[in-house]
Design a protein around this ligand. Sequence first.
Ligand code: GUN
Length: 276
Amino acid sequence: MAIIIDGKKISTEIKDELKEKVASLNKDITLCVIQVGSDPASTIYVNNKKKACEYIGIKSLSYELPNETTEEELIGLVEELNNQPNVNGILVQLPLPKHINEDKIIQTIAPHKDVDGFHPENVGRLSIGQKGFVSCTPAGIVQLLKRYNIPIEGKECVVVGRSNIVGKPIAMLMLRENATVTVCHSRTKDLKEITKRADILIVAIGKPKFITKEYVKEGAVVIDVGIHRNEDNKLCGDVDFDDVIEKVSAITPVPGGVGPMTIAMLMHNCVESGIA
Ligand code: GUN
């Protein structure tokens, strides 16, 4: 019987640990959340982040800017928040409207307030093993594996997807945990042959139910980062859960797997920033 990795439960565990830590601090921790425009999905994410702050006892300050906000105005706001000593974390919700260069905005955030772990300095630190903020979804995946006592060291880890937010940083993290890491992507030849080698298969490609049992080794641990709404309005991942379930030793469901961990790790980064 496969273990269904309960991300909801682990994320609550982490948030409760953080809540206790914050209560013992005797100081305020403040996260600034900036949203430009009113993309409905972004609004849901932002609200969930604010709710998590409230649960843990972190102050969240919301900046809801109109879609017409200029790049200069947004840079101005980020710089202002960089300079406020009481602000511990700055989060600019992505995607941004097309007229704003995301890279430029991310690079404006002070690295020590970049709780998303997107700034090139933090990305670089991760790749050379220095302390810094780690991107939240990848950090959440490692926490899930560790808290389920799934060994990483020496294991064959195959990552499918090479995005800056998930694929690349999870590859770096798994390497740091002493896994042997292969990164596959849309131009990879014989994808199945490679994914079938994986003891730990991490999938972040953005294609609903793409990974079927032909891609998976017997007894593999499968981590599904995808989230999609299918024809009958139900949520599903990049992995065909029902198809692979007979073959895997452990798997993250969608929803309730990796998803809730992202916010828990964001809260972790905020608390770390507040303590530093
Ligand atoms: N948009 C989708 N995911 C994220 C995230 O983790 N952080 C930010 N800032 N924007 C996002």
